[in-house]
Write a protein that binds this ligand. Structure first.
Ligand SMILES: Cc1cc2nc3c(=O)[nH]c(=O)nc-3n(C[C@H](O)[C@H](O)[C@H](O)COP(=O)(O)OP(=O)(O)OC[C@H]3O[C@@H](n4cnc5c(N)ncnc54)[C@H](O)[C@@H]3O)c2cc1C
Length: 412
């Protein structure tokens, strides 16, 4: 059994497959083992938050009217890079088609089912990896600067409430009492009670990889360039060499599309580029992830300091980090958390994103012994363990605990 990719989705899939009796090999050019830097995976640089409130897709009603602004303001929280527009066009069309009221309701209901199983799927893996020490249960706080902003968020907060997200609406005094170091640039807020943090996604990935190796798994350093049918199973090409497996799981995050192309499947995967800046002196200033949706990033206390992570840039995998966007994050943090100090460690990562904000979990049409597990967008840390569990059920030929039809690779 081969798993392509050692991000959180690949690691969790490998662990769940191992737990169900398979002998598994993970292949990744830079896996989280030994002294590897492990910066290229999206699973390294995210906002560390297990987010049960993530039922709201990125494309919501009215997003169509924001497209001109996304194109005109390259530093906005959701921006489109002009020169990438021709390649992005099919994805963008499907993104806009997903933003109708009916589609948002359908997508939110699917996400709610996934999210309701997500924590249970993490528990055994966290225990196995000894990663309980990284978990901090203090919820996640969204803040709004004005009554108008707070009201404008009513539709999405109502959607969350209808899907059972545990949340408290807070006033200024409540917010000051739980986060006294924030500048008083807030009017009201919402606390998502069941959210929690893995205070170092990197340490989490290393712990999962170690647990996998301790359980008898193999990790091969290399990049898979193609996946092909073979008379005895599935052939994987790794740096000119061939590897044979009875089954392959493609979990290469935003880079999965070129592997689906090598197989001959068409999957509408692209990337929502996201950024982070680390504030090493500010790790104690907040007690939980804090997000001003207006700014588009989270500020998260973690073991290395405070990580300000987020924003969306639709611009593909090839363009380098745009330093103007990290400068914008620095400026934002300076205003919202004045004692945060100087930022360092700028990072750009590639969310693997489908236009409808739902992951892909399902078999290849061309090669039934290949299972796809990618496209987790903004929820990959939250949903990776559940995805791994579902992958192990698919491989075993069992009926999955949830209906996977909305997550089919060829749905768009
Ligand atoms: C700024 C930001 C903030 C975020 N915050 C959150 C959050 O708070 N909560 C949350 O749930 N999610 C969050 N996310 C999303 C989450 O990080 C991603 O959805 C998740 O990390 C995707 O995991 P993955 O394993 O699919 O991909 P990745 O982590 O990108 O891993 C893919 C792996 O595949 C390997 N690979 C690529 N190509 C090949 C190949 N050809 N052969 C072999 N290996 C290959 C790569 O080296 C990499 O290790 C955030 C994302 C960003 C960018």
């Amino acid at each position: 059994m081969a798993v392509v990719g050692a991000g959180l989705v690949g690691l969790c899939s490998a662990l769940w497959l191992q737990r169900t009796g398979h002998r598994v090999t993970i292949i990744d050019p830079a896996p989280p083992l030994g002294d590897a830097s492990y910066r290229q995976a999206c699973s390294y640089g995210n906002a560390c938050t297990f987010a049960p409130h993530g039922v709201v897709p990125v494309a919501t009603p009215g997003v169509m009217w924001r497209v001109p602004g996304m194109l005109l303001n390259p530093l906005g929280p959701l921006a489109i890079v002009w020169r990438y527009l021709p390649q992005l066009a099919p994805w963008l069309r499907a993104f806009l088609a997903s933003s109708t009221k009916a589609e948002v309701e359908r997508i939110a209901a699917t996400l709610a089912v996934l999210l309701s199983h997500a924590d249970a799927a993490w528990q055994p893996l966290v225990m196995q990896a000894g990663a309980e020490r990284l978990k901090r249960h203090d919820g996640c706080l969204y803040l709004y600067k004005t009554e108008a902003q707070f009201r404008a968020a009513d539709a999405e907060n109502d959607l969350r409430e209808r899907h059972g997200v545990a949340m408290d609406r807070l006033d200024q005094a409540d917010i000051r009492s739980i986060e006294p170091n924030l500048a008083p640039l807030y009017h009201k807020g919402v606390l998502f009670r069941d959210a929690y943090v893995f205070s170092s996604p990197k340490q989490l990935a290393f712990a999962l990889a170690q647990a996998f190796v301790d359980g008898g798994g193999d990790i091969v350093c290399g990049e898979v360039s193609a996946i092909e049918p073979h008379t005895d199973g599935i052939g994987l090409r790794i740096a000119g060499k061939a590897m044979l497996a009875d089954h392959a799981v493609v979990a290469a995050g935003a880079h999965s599309r070129k592997l689906t192309v090598s197989i001959g499947d068409r999957v509408l995967l692209d990337t929502e580029r996201g950024y982070h800046v680390l504030f090493p002196q500010a790790g104690q200033l907040l007690s939980r992830p804090v997000c001003y949706p207006e700014h588009g990033f989270y500020m998260v206390p973690m073991v290395d300091g405070l990580r300000a992570a987020g924003t969306v840039e639709l611009g593909g995998l090839a363009a380098p980090l745009n330093p103007k966007r990290t400068a914008m994050i620095r400026e934002g943090v300076k205003k919202l958390l004045p004692s945060a100090g100087e930022g360092s460690d700028e990072w750009l990562g590639f969310r693997p994103s489908m236009p409808d904000s739902l992951p892909v979990i399902g078999r290849s049409r061309r090669l039934p012994h290949v299972t796809y597990a990618f496209g987790h967008g903004h929820l990959g840390l939250t949903l990776s363990a559940l995805t791994g569990y579902l992958v192990s059920q698919l491989v075993a030929g069992q009926d999955p605990v949830i209906d996977l039809a909305p997550l089919r690779p060829d749905r768009l």
